[in-house]
Design a binder for this molecule. Structure first.
Ligand code: F6R
Length: 607
């Protein structure tokens, strides 16, 4: 949420900042701004409502600068206005921010800043406070430290002092920030995507450490003022991975990257045909010794967790609870050291998920996280991390990250079956074979289904409501299908356990309301088909998804789509492709930008 980039070095700062902002735009896109300290010693500050392309238009005039910061905003405090866009300047301080300053109102009152503000943001208070102390100390680090003693909340700040040319100061708490010093200059950003054109080596700025970036060098100070060496990390993907590469949208590109992401995630975790987490150092004793499993996540990751629950309970016969992180963190959790906590997050920075993880730790539970972004906060604070290898996910709507989260949950299920001696060698090998073959079923879907799905998307595109129904595992898949559709097409969509419909929701079924019915599970197939008949009898427009070869009579549905699996247990993967494409093409038919859905942003780093 909110993209940040800062640069100081031999190159032109404006070009680097504008490029960085367009790469980070998926983090927020309601307004954008940049501040440059020019070679003549002036401040060049430009802000605009709208996307980075508008900021580019605004920054056309000739200006030479080798040091600057930029921001793309997802509005939190204060509406979408130019005045509220970052950076904010107060006196000699120019500051931008990602996060929330919880006590900004108290600070305003206490320091008499009320009435002086030029914006409605909490951020301006931080600039006021740092400027206040800078005026009194003339020492930038002291000014920042004194302000930090007062500010409460989550923040990543990048700060320029107008009388200190060539230096960017940065500090963070919770909100992510990474940096790198290279031959081409020093960079700071809210995530590594913006650094990739310049370097693959970077570090995560440790919380409450003050970072000073100068031309090709950095200095990191711990809260006591001691200089410390950053812990360097490296990324395994390159610039192309974060570009559209000929696809019209990142979302479509990422849907098509799924077979590869799946293979990269699964293959390294197989030893002799058996799931294995040796590289992650996850001991079998942890998987065999726990009495229950608690899954914690938000949004799509949480829906991956719902599939996780269904497969773990089915194969491992262990009680599994799935909690929404924002609820869990304020609950009284009933977990202890015998509970295995599985935290799922693409970004590894979702603040509710991170807070829930911390609470789970306090309860003494061991934590395995399933994370896509290397070195992210959730990864660093977990006992064990299983990295998904989806590469950068740029589209706001998660697709490939969901797919590989599922893949890891299947692998974990397989390993738990082994660790708990619930399976013969033959059975687990067959399980693995099915899992590995899922990459082919995803590919087959991508090869054959897009046109059929596009036609259906055009058919439902102007509906006001849509329903996704299924039983058991199919219900878990439906949840993600409904979320995908609503978040990018803005059609109200609900997922319902098929058998529950007639307890109320069926009242909403009327002529032509789209119902996407999933019936891939043998055990409940005929029951789901009965529910489909119920909505069909009320003239719903039914798109039915079954396993290949399922016997379905013509009058049951309007359209019948098939997924190429023999065992419905592995239907998650091809079903996900259909549901993702349905959402994508529906948004397309409605003329929306599915890479930047309204009101949303990637990586939710505020509560
Ligand atoms: C929806 C979507 C979100 C995220 C959720 C959690 O398409 O992407 O629902 O799944 O915000 O994000 P992570 O996985 O980064 O914790």
């Amino acid at each position: 949420m909110c993209g940040i980039i800062g640069y100081t070095g031999p190159l032109q700062a404006r070009d680097i900042i504008l490029l960085g902002l367009s790469q980070l735009e998926y983090r927020g896109y309601d307004s954008a701004g940049l501040a440059l300290l020019t070679d003549e010693g002036n401040l060049y500050l430009r802000k605009t409502v709208g996307q980075v392309s508008r900021l580019k238009e605004l920054c056309r005039e000739a200006v030479s600068s080798h040091c600057g910061i930029g921001h793309t905003r997802w509005a939190k405090h204060g509406g979408v206005t130019e005045a509220n866009a970052h950076p904010h300047q107060v006196g000699r301080v120019i500051l931008l921010h990602n996060g929330i300053i919880e006590n900004y109102h108290t600070i305003q009152k206490q320091y008499g800043f009320e009435g002086l503000a030029t914006s409605e943001t909490d951020t301006e208070v931080a600039a006021q406070l740092i400027n206040y102390y800078y005026d009194r100390t003339n020492d930038p680090r002291q000014a920042i430290r004194r302000a930090l003693n007062i500010i409460e909340g989550s923040f990543a700040f990048c700060i320029l002092f107008s009388d200190i040319p060539g230096t960017i100061f940065a500090v963070r708490n919770v909100s992510p920030m990474v940096a790198a010093a290279t031959e081409q200059g020093s960079f700071i950003a809210s995530d590594v995507t913006a650094l990739i054109p310049y370097t693959k080596t970077y570090f995560v700025v440790p919380e409450y450490h003050i970072l000073m970036l100068r031309d090709r060098s950095i200095c990191l100070e711990d809260p006591e003022g001691n200089t410390v060496e950053p812990e360097l990390l490296s990324v395994s993907w390159d610039v192309e991975a974060a570009q559209k590469n000929g696809y019209p949208h990142f979302m479509l590109k990422e849907i098509f990257e799924q077979p590869e992401a799946f293979r990269k995630t699964v293959q390294p975790r197989l030893r002799d045909g058996i799931p294995c987490f040796e590289a992650e150092k996850i001991p079998d004793s942890l998987l065999s010794g726990c009495r229950q499993v608690q899954i914690i996540a938000c949004g799509t990751a949480m829906y991956a967790g719902m599939v996780g629950r269904a497969i773990l309970e089915q194969k491992v016969r262990i009680p599994v609870t799935v909690s929404i992180a924002s609820e869990f963190r304020y609950d009284t959790p009933m977990i202890d050291s015998d509970t295995l906590v599985i935290v799922i997050s693409q970004s590894g920075e979702t603040i509710d998920t991170l807070a829930a993880l911390r609470l789970a730790r306090e309860c003494g539970a061991p934590i395995i996280s399933i994370v896509n972004v290397k070195g992210s906060s959730i990864a660093r604070e977990s006992d064990y991390v299983i990295y998904t290898h989806a590469g950068p996910e740029i589209a706001v709507a998660s697709t490939k990250a969901y797919m590989v989260q599922l893949a890891v949950l299947y692998l974990l299920t397989g390993r738990m079956m082994v660790a708990r001696r619930l399976t013969s060698e033959e059975e687990i090998r067959a399980f693995t074979e099915h899992l590995v073959a899922s990459a082919d079923s995803i590919q087959e879907m991508l090869d054959v289904i897009p046109d059929q799905v596009r036609i259906q998307a055009e058919r439902i595109a102007f509906s006001e409501n849509a329903f996704f129904i299924g039983r058991g595992l199919d219900y878990a898949f439906s949840l993600e299908g409904a979320l995908k559709l609503k978040e990018i097409s803005y059609i109200h969509a609900e997922a319902y356990a098929a058998g529950e419909l007639k307890h109320g929701t069926i009242a909403l079924i009327e002529k032509d309301v789209p119902v996407i019915a999933l019936a891939t599970q043998d055990k409940v197939f005929s029951k789901t088909i009965s529910n489909v008949r119920e909505v069909r009898a009320r003239d719903a427009y039914v798109i039915l998804i079954t396993k290949k070869g399922a016997s379905v009579s013509d009058e049951v549905c309007d359209v019948h789509l098939e997924v190429p699996v023999e065992d419905g247990f592995f239907a998650a993967f091809p079903c996900a492709v259909i549901l993702q494409l349905l959402a994508y093409y529906t948004a397309y038919a409605r003329g929306y930008d599915m890479d930047k859905p309204r009101n949303l942003a990637k990586s939710v780093t505020v509560e």
